[in-house]
Design a protein around this ligand. Sequence first.
Ligand code: ADP
Length: 476
Amino acid sequence: MRKTLYLKFVLAYFIFGVFGFVVITTFVPSMIRDRLVREKAESLYSEATLIANTYAGGLYTSETTLDTVKLQLDALSIYMNSVIRIINPSGRVVLDSSTTLNPDEVTMIDSFDPTITSGSYYVIDHFFGSFDQDVISVIAPIVNGYMVRGYVTIHYQMDSLEKSANSLLSISYITLIILLMLSLIILIFFTEIVYVPLRRITYATEQYASGNMHYELQVDSDDEIGYLAACLNFMASEIARSEDDQKKFIANVSHDFRSPLTSIRGYLEAMQDGTIPPEMFQKYLGIVLNETERLTKLTNSLLTLNNLNTRGMILNLSDFDINEVIRTTAASFEGTCRGKYISIELFLTGDVLFVNADLDKIQQVLYNLIDNAIKFSHNYSSIRLETSEKKNKVFVSVKDTGIGIPKDDLKLIWDRFYKSDSSRGKDKKGTGLGLSIVKEIINAHGEHINVISTEGVGSEFIFSLQKSEMNDLIED
Ligand code: ADP
């Protein structure tokens, strides 16, 4: 692509130049010559007619003398830069502006034929051999008493006309050169504005294709090409980021799998080689079981995340009562809450509050949020679950008075595998995937989730859902 595009433009430029040159050297000269000949012939003919009707006419009615007419025609011929003749029908030259008047000398034009111009009003030749070069000749009859007495002929040298044509032609050549120079400027502009940036873009795409996603493309224009370059840069940086994320993700998964596996292996080896006596087996089998539970949880969360991603946000939307879902999800935590003496308080708007969402996924969101709230709450505290409505949205809040989240960690908690240091003591089984699952689900619904948290005071997670039209039907 790189070479041919430029070559095409250079080729087009040369074709344009050659074509222009050919047109100007072939068609234009003949067009200019024809036009000049026609114009000249027209003016000569009207002049000849005028002379035939005036000065020359008088000659045959003996109103003027030959000398007077000669004088007048001489002046006219100088003015018109041409030869004026008066010729008898027999071919005898009565008067010639290019020679002096000599009554004794009879000049004849052999085979003079006044119809030579028939079909046109001029002829270009040597005029019956009376000129040694091409001339434009026009013939106007001198009519007297309904009889043709003679003819006025005017002859203009083609050489002079050729000179005028050439000077006009040189103007065309100059115009062509100017045009070529202007189009050369366009070619230079094209090179600078289109070709050079395109080459840079092509080079950058080659770099990206070869895996160098960190290559930075430098195109600083505000036009479409600049926009394309900016989009490519953005695409490359996004791919580079997702590659980095993927590497981080795999490192995290491996780490989180390795630590429970190492501890399971350690305990089992110790049991096998007798380091742990059989009477202690029960205790350590419990620890091993705990670790396998953690592995199961990790695998399940990974599968959930994977499904959310691969299924490309396909949601099974339905209208359901969010209050009811909150009640049942909260009830499922009864046992855990009892163990920590935690109470769950429900502040639900209305008896029923219908939303339009994916029931299973929202259940998962509530489960993860309540699970976190309990995990990070102190014993003997309470958790507040609240629903409220505003315009066409329903807001669900899960609020605890637990350990809270440090300010610096607030942005990071949504990242996969992120667990804040302070939480580690309280939550040894956490995978750091719960909140990323929550965020993916809420985002898939086109909704938002926010967290307000103060370290040592507590946290509140609030997410929005689309209110169902069923609420209006029930109210009606
Ligand atoms: P995990 O499954 O390990 O809880 P999450 O993605 O659900 O992972 O949470 C990530 C981190 O966010 C937790 O390790 C914890 O530090 C913090 N976090 C989440 N919810 C709360 C909460 N209610 N109170 C305090 N910290 C929380």
